[in-house]
Design a protein around this ligand. Structure first.
Ligand code: NI
Length: 177
């Protein structure tokens, strides 16, 4: 398995909507290898999610996992999941604000409002249909990854850019938030 190069902010691949994946494509070995490599890459850089566009593949695939992550201390664990062609619908208008970061925007965090609860439909890596409700941090990560697949980054979702901070300054000045 390989650690893939992660595209950084400014690379146009992050700004183009990703294509849907066909079920036939899912079955191909190179596609399954791409998913394995995305998982390896996410873990290597201690991400809680990674979208295929971030590794220069403009297709609708995202992986997510929270497992005692040093970049996101105190977050409830989330088993590894693979979302193919995900669609989300907010359940209600309730939103919550929290810090967010992105492997394509290194060393920076900002406060981002996200829907508290979502219905998620997608395929798994084998083409099985998924249909579930996500809430809290899980819902946040999914909204962040689905945004990537639509050509958006979390900066686009910030109503107030004054909370943008480098990690060093986050621990120094914002620890009470
Ligand atoms: Ni990201």
């Amino acid at each position: 398995m390989a650690i893939l190069k992660v595209a950084r902010l400014g690379n146009p691949v992050l700004r183009n909507p990703a294509r849907e994946v066909s079920v036939e494509r899912l079955a191909q070995p190179d596609f399954q290898r791409l998913i394995d490599d995305m998982v390896t890459t996410m873990r290597e850089y201690q991400g809680v999610g990674l979208a295929a566009v971030q590794v220069h593949e403009p297709i609708q695939v995202a992986v997510l996992e929270v497992a005692d992550n040093a970049r996101y201390p105190g977050k409830a664990p989330l088993p590894l999941s693979v979302l193919v062609n995900p669609e989300i619908v907010p359940l209600g208008d309730e939103t919550e604000e929290d810090w967010e970061g992105c492997l394509s925007i290194p060393e920076i965090r900002g406060r981002v409002p996200r829907y508290s609860s979502l219905r998620v439909t997608a395929l798994d890596r084998h083409g099985n249909e998924l249909d579930f409700v996500a809430s809290g941090f899980h819902a946040r990560v999914i909204q962040h990854e689905v945004d990537h697949l639509r050509g958006h980054v979390y900066l686009d979702r910030m109503p107030d850019l004054s909370t943008l901070t480098y990690l060093t300054e986050l621990s120094r000045y914002w620890t009470d938030r």
